[in-house]
Design a protein around this ligand. Structure first.
Ligand code: HEM
Length: 144
């Protein structure tokens, strides 16, 4: 990610924060539409889940200028996701639902450059998470 990408992600996320509840609702609505098979993985209250998601995204977005500061938390979150039954392929549909949600929320502010910046940011985050979850699954094999 270039410094300009980071600025674009941070400034556009700031515009979503005031509508974060609606954004979270849109996000899960879209996710369950394009990937109904992941719906049963969610067992808790979806409002609460939406709050957690937006809060974590906020932490990640704020930490983009200092990636090593957020990697350990992203890795720990990935290991938890293994336990939720999340598979590597699910990261792609979640990314698609996220980009779609940003497009809905930002309208004309979701420029091609902003889209490219988010694609890069999500690619970085999901790459870290998928790698950590693969390592963790392997460790489990060895201890089984
Ligand atoms: C890549 C970015 C992602 C972020 C930032 C994220 C964030 C979170 C957070 C903060 C939680 C709550 C964890 C806790 O309770 O401590 C959570 C739970 C969960 N996430 Fe994610 N997640 C991501 C990707 C995914 C993907 C790809 C899936 C696949 C469908 C997924 C499915 C779930 C499920 C099923 C739960 C547990 C829900 C429950 O407790 O009922 N997440 N996620």
């Amino acid at each position: 990610m270039t410094p300009n990408d980071i600025d674009l992600v941070q400034s556009s996320f700031a515009k979503v924060v005031p509508i974060k509840e609606a954004a979270a609702e849109l996000f899960y609505g879209r996710l369950f539409e394009i990937a109904p098979e992941v719906k049963p993985l969610f067992k808790g209250d979806m409002k609460e889940q939406g709050r957690k998601l937006m809060m974590t995204l906020g932490v990640v977005v704020n930490g983009l200028k200092d990636l090593p500061s957020i990697v350990p938390a992203a890795e720990a979150l990935a290991v938890k996701h293994n336990a939720y039954g999340v598979e590597p392929a699910h990261y792609e549909v979640v990314g698609a639902a996220l980009l779609w949600t940003l497009e809905q929320g930002l309208g004309p502010d979701f420029t091609p450059a902003t889209k490219a910046a988010w694609t890069s940011a999500y690619g970085t985050l999901s790459g870290v998470m998928i790698a950590a979850s693969a390592r963790s699954a392997k460790d489990m094999e060895h201890t089984a």
